[in-house]
Design a protein around this ligand. Structure first.
Ligand code: ARG
Length: 321
């Protein structure tokens, strides 16, 4: 298909995710503004929604492992908060809320049992991929509500990657991953813009056999714009302090800027493999922007999980070997 202007080719890379079924999911306490313990939650519906999310990843060719859910830990479905893995190194988590503290140990055990030898448990409060977002070259690190700023330095030491601190200022976007996600990482390919239409067929051939994007990009691809990152992100500027917005504009001049409506339905809690982007069904405005940039959107219904303040990304911890 050739439109008025051709789209860049978006090449997916196979991913490895760790998830935890919402078997004991509930909203029994309130640790973010979305959680209302008086509002009923349908655990069976949450299970079905989660299963669809997991199966969507598998259909896209990704690997999904599961950590066994534990009774008494109703938020354990939000696996993203329990570890940050870059280049096979693992930084575990330490939760701010006592209600979630025990989750960290269950995930730590999974990493040990699955052969991850380079594993650090943090001293500072660190809610893992809730506040740490890997671009393929930089670890974007949120603070303001959950993760301590000191955990950013700890992550840099433990993982050996450069960290960029970002200040969150709106309590509804209490984790970085509720306000920003990576569409294509530094190492993900975006082919040249090409008017022939031939490139679009190449991209349909499914995930290529390559790593999941933890290498620093070399030359080629879309090229660096104005000294910024080659990664492409989507974010909601209002969730960030003025200084952090400037940092984001500088690093990602080509970013997709989301609206309030996109943010409120957890549209920024998306998951991308470089081509396919899994979004909450309500994030229609964002989906249009992504489609116009050559991404392929897959909608999922996350109505039950949103009652706890989570979306697709919160349920998904990425293992980058
Ligand atoms: N109820 C959970 C909490 O407040 C939701 C966590 C969502 N996870 C995320 N990665 N944003 O901690």
């Amino acid at each position: 298909m050739t439109g008025d202007h051709a789209l860049p080719v978006r090449v997916p890379t196979p991913r490895h995710y760790l998830m935890c079924p919402p078997r004991y999911f509930a909203v029994e306490y309130s640790i973010n503004p979305w959680m209302d313990p008086d509002r009923p939650v349908d655990t069976e519906l949450a299970m079905r929604q989660w299963t669809t999310l997991r199966d969507t990843y598998r259909e896209l060719g990704h690997t999904v492992d599961e950590v066994p859910p534990q009774p008494g830990l109703p938020d354990m479905v939000f696996a993203a908060n329990s570890g940050t893995v870059v280049g096979g190194r693992v930084l575990g988590s330490r939760f701010r809320a006592p209600e979630r503290a025990a989750e960290a140990e269950h995930f730590r055990r999974w990493f040990v049992e699955n052969g991850f030898r380079d594993l650090t448990m943090p001293r500072q409060i660190n809610e893992a991929e809730g506040d740490f977002v890997w671009t393929g070259a930089l670890l974007l690190a949120g603070t303001g509500f959950r993760t301590d700023p000191g955990a950013h330095a700890e992550a840099q030491e433990a993982l050996g990657v450069p960290v960029v601190s970002l200040q969150l200022v709106d309590e509804r976007y209490y984790h970085l991953d509720t306000a920003l996600f990576v569409l294509s990482g530094e190492a993900d390919g975006a082919g040249p813009v090409d008017g022939t239409g031939a490139t679009a067929r190449v991209a349909d051939s499914g995930p290529r056999v390559a790593g999941s994007g933890d290498r620093v990009a070399g030359s080629g691809g879309a090229g660096r714009v104005g000294g910024g990152s080659r990664a492409q992100i989507a974010y909601y500027p209002e969730a960030f302090s003025e200084g952090s917005r400037r940092v984001l504009r500088r690093l990602f001049p080509d970013a997709v800027v989301a609206t309030k409506a996109d943010a409120e339905c957890f549209g920024l809690n998306g998951i991308s493999d470089g081509r396919h982007v899994v979004l909450p069904a309500e994030a229609t405005g964002l989906a249009e922007q992504l489609t116009a940039r050559g991404y392929e959107v897959r909608f999922v219904d996350i109505s039950e999980l949103r009652k706890a303040g989570g979306g697709p990304k919160c349920c998904t911890l990425e293992i980058r070997k």
